[in-house]
Design a binder for this molecule. Structure first.
Ligand code: TRP
Length: 454
C-alpha cells in the first residue's frame, strides 16, 4: 500500500488521456442533438461563451486542486483543507462519477451493438425503419444489458492495467485513431450534394430559439463535455507532474474538445440535411438521443460508400465512449484503492458491480421498466438530467468557491505558475483567478435562478 503513486509517463500521453476523457459520447452523441434541439448556431455561440467564462476557469481550478492535492477527490480536499467538511464534497464527486458512468455505459453498449452490426453488415442490410431497429434493441429485456456489461467490462480491463500501461497507452492509441476516422467521415458528409444547408444551420444563429433553458442546456453540455465538476479532471491531474503548465494544458484540452464537438456536428448534421433533401423530406436534427442511432443509419444507407462510413462512424463512437468511461471509472477506482485500501483489480471489480448494477436499471428503463418514473423522468433520463444539469454545475460552483475563497490567492497563483517558474503574464493569471472567484460562481447561480423563475 505504500507504493509511490502512479504518474503519467509523458506530456503528450497526459494530454491525450485528458482529451480522451473530455472527448466522448458528449461530443458525438449528445452535442449534435442538443444543438439540434436548441436552435443550432445560437446554441453553439452560447456554448462557447459558457465555456470561456465559466467552464475553462473551473477546469483550470479542478486541475490545479487535483495536482496540488495529489489524491482522489475525498483525500484531495482533506489534504488542502484538513479536517474540514469539504472532503464530503469530494465524496459526492465520486458518487456523481459513478452515476454518470451508470448511464454512460448504457449508451456505450448501444455503440458497441451498432459497431458490431456495422461490421457484420446487419446494419446496412436492414430493411425496415431504423426507429424500429433501435426501439426493438433498446427495449429488449436482455440484449442491451449484455452490451452494456461488455462495454463496462472492457473499460474495467483497460483500467486494471494501471495509469501508464492501461489508461495512458490506450488513450494515446484510441484518440489518434479517432481523429483520423472522424475526419474521413466529415469529408464524406460534406461532399454530399446539399450539405451546405446543414453547415449553415450550425453556424448562422437564430436567437428566437434561445430561452433560460437553452442557457442551462448549454452550461450542462459544456460541463459534461469537458468532464468537469465531478472529480474526473481532478483525479487525472493527481497523476500529473509538478512542472506541467496547467493553464496551457487546460486550454489545449478545451480547444480539442470543442473542435471535436464541432467536427462531430459536421460529420452528422450536413449529412442529415443532404439526405433529407435528396429524399424530399424535412431534415430532423432535433430527434433527441435517437439522432445518432436512428436518423444517421438511414443517412448512411442512402449514401454511396455508406457502409464504410457507418463502420468508421460507429468505431469512432465506441473509441470515444471508452476513453471517457475509463476516466469516469478511474475516479471511483482511485477512491476505492486509496480510501478502502483495496488492490486495483479489486477496485475495478467493485466499480463494475456497482455501476453495472445501476446501469442495468438505466437500460431496462427503455424496456420492461419504462413505466417506472423518478420525478416524472425515466431512470435513464433521471440520471442524465440530475448529473449534467445539476450535479456537475453545482460541483463546478463548489470547486470554484473552494479554489477562489478557501485556497489562498498566493497559493492559487503559485500553483498556476509552478512557483513563479512559468512565464505566464500576470494579468492572465489574475484574470483566471477572478473569473474563478467571482464570475464563474455568480454566473452558475444566475443561470440556475433564471431557470427556476422562468
Ligand atoms: N466528457 C465525456 C463526454 O463528453 C464524458 C465524461 C467523462 C464526463 N468524464 C466525465 C462527464 C466527468 C462529466 C464528468 O462524453
Amino acid at each position: 500500500m505504500n507504493k509511490p503513486r502512479e504518474t503519467f509517463g509523458s506530456r503528450i500521453g497526459m494530454l491525450l488521456a485528458m482529451a480522451g476523457s473530455a472527448i466522448g459520447l458528449g461530443n458525438i452523441w449528445r452535442f449534435p442533438y442538443t444543438l439540434g434541439q436548441n436552435g443550432g448556431a445560437a446554441f453553439l455561440l452560447l456554448y462557447v461563451i459558457m465555456l470561456v467564462i465559466i467552464c475553462l476557469p473551473v477546469m483550470i481550478s479542478e486541475y490545479l486542486l487535483g495536482r496540488r492535492g495529489a489524491s482522489n477527490p475525498f483525500r484531495t480536499f482533506d489534504n488542502l483543507a484538513p479536517g474540514s467538511k469539504w472532503r464530503w464534497i469530494g465524496s459526492v464527486a465520486v458518487l456523481a462519477s459513478a452515476c454518470i458512468l451508470s448511464f454512460y455505459c448504457v449508451v456505450g453498449g448501444w455503440s458497441f451493438k451498432y459497431l458490431f452490426e456495422a461490421c457484420t453488415g446487419g446494419l446496412m442490410s436492414y430493411q425496415g425503419s431504423y426507429a424500429d431497429f433501435f426501439g426493438a434493441f433498446i427495449s429488449n429485456p436482455w440484449k442491451p444489458l449484455l452490451y452494456t456489461l461488455l462495454f463496462l467490462g472492457l473499460t474495467g480491463l483497460i483500467i486494471a492495467f494501471g495509469v501508464r500501461k492501461g489508461i495512458e497507452r490506450m488513450s494515446k492509441i484510441m484518440i489518434t485513431l479517432l481523429f483520423v476516422i472522424i475526419v474521413l467521415v466529415v469529408i464524406r458528409s460534406l461532399s454530399l450534394p446539399g450539405a451546405g444547408q446543414g453547415v449553415r444551420y450550425m453556424f448562422v444563429p437564430d436567437f428566437s430559439k434561445v430561452t433560460a433553458n437553452t442557457c442551462v442546456a448549454a452550461m450542462g453540455q459544456a460541463f459534461f463535455s469537458l468532464s468537469i465538476g465531478c472529480g474526473c479532471i481532478l483525479t487525472y491531474a493527481s497523476y500529473v507532474h509538478k512542472d506541467e503548465n496547467i493553464a496551457a494544458s487546460s486550454g489545449w484540452i478545451a480547444f480539442f474538445d470543442t473542435s471535436f464537438a464541432v467536427i462531430a456536428g459536421l460529420a452528422i448534421i450536413p449529412a442529415v440535411y443532404a439526405i433529407a433533401q435528396m429524399n424530399g423530406v424535412d431534415p430532423d436534427v432535433s430527434a433527441g438521443p435517437g439522432l445518432v442511432f436512428i436518423t444517421l443509419p438511414g443517412v448512411f444507407k442512402s449514401m454511396p460508400l455508406g457502409g464504410v462510413a457507418a463502420l468508421l462512424f460507429f468505431l469512432a463512437l465506441m473509441l470515444a465512449a471508452i476513453t471517457s468511461a475509463i476516466s469516469l471509472m478511474e475516479v471511483v477506482v482511485a477512491y476505492v484503492i486509496e480510501e478502502l485500501k483495496r488492490s486495483r483489480l479489486h477496485a475495478v471489480l467493485i466499480c463494475f458491480l456497482l455501476c453495472g448494477g445501476v446501469g442495468v436499471f438505466c437500460s431496462l428503463s427503455f424496456g420492461p421498466l419504462d413505466g417506472f418514473k423518478l420525478f416524472g423522468l425515466s431512470v435513464f433520463d433521471f440520471f442524465d438530467y440530475i448529473t449534467s444539469n445539476i450535479m456537475l454545475p453545482v460541483g463546478g460552483l463548489l470547486l470554484a468557491v473552494f479554489a477562489g475563497w478557501r485556497l489562498k490567492r498566493a497559493n492559487y497563483l503559485d500553483e498556476l505558475t509552478n512557483g513563479g517558474k512559468l512565464n505566464i503574464p500576470r494579468w492572465l493569471c489574475l484574470t483566471i483567478y477572478y473569473l474563478v472567484k467571482f464570475v464563474a460562481p455568480l454566473a452558475i447561480l444566475l443561470i440556475f435562478i433564471n431557470c427556476i423563475l422562468s
